[in-house]
Design a protein around this ligand. Structure first.
Ligand SMILES: [Zn+2]
Length: 169
């Protein structure tokens, strides 16, 4: 396993649409394991393949992997070609992103989602959830469409954050 470098805004790869995975190969499973290790090391609760520079529709999530909040149990999801097939309600959550360091903002999301995907063995997975896992799924799936959480904010707020990030760079 290997820890992969995480791409940081404004890396253009973060704004590209990732391609569907056609076949789950040994190489792809290796990438998934590397993504898991990278997420745990960061530490983060989720990571999408474009964040390590790979434009494939793969995400990994473990909402138990959070330093500040040890109350949540570990539950690791490795999802290939995830799709939100249903969503309900509205919620606002304070979000951050490994690709947008040191920025946290409230983002509007669906409160409940149903996600269909494949696991790393090509078996179908269905997740119906609310709470942090629902937020995280929406955040990571957005990455596969080249959308960052700051893209969901008002244009004024987004411009402020972008200029702050550019200055830091
Ligand atoms: Zn993110």
């Amino acid at each position: 396993m290997a820890i992969l470098p995480i791409r940081v805004y404004p890396d253009p790869v973060l704004h590209k649409r990732a391609a569907e995975v056609e076949e789950i190969t040994a190489e792809l499973r290796q990438l998934i394991e590397d993504m898991v290790e990278t997420m745990y090391a960061a530490p983060g609760v989720g990571l999408a393949a474009p964040q390590v520079g790979v434009l494939k529709r793969i995400i990994v999530i473990d909402i138990g992997n959070d330093d500040a909040e040890k109350k949540r149990p570990h539950q690791l999801f490795k999802l290939v070609n995830p799709v939100i097939v249903e969503g309900r309600g509205e919620t606002v959550c304070d979000e951050g992103c490994l690709s947008v360091p040191d920025i946290r903002e409230n983002v509007k999301r669906k409160e409940w989602v149903k996600v269909e995907a494949l696991d790393e063995n090509g078996q179908p997975v269905v997740i119906e959830t609310d709470g942090l896992l629902a937020i995280c799924l929406q955040h990571e799936i957005d990455h596969l469409d080249g959308v960052l959480f700051i893209d969901n904010l008002s244009s004024v707020k987004r411009a402020m954050i972008k200029s702050k990030l550019r200055k830091k760079k």
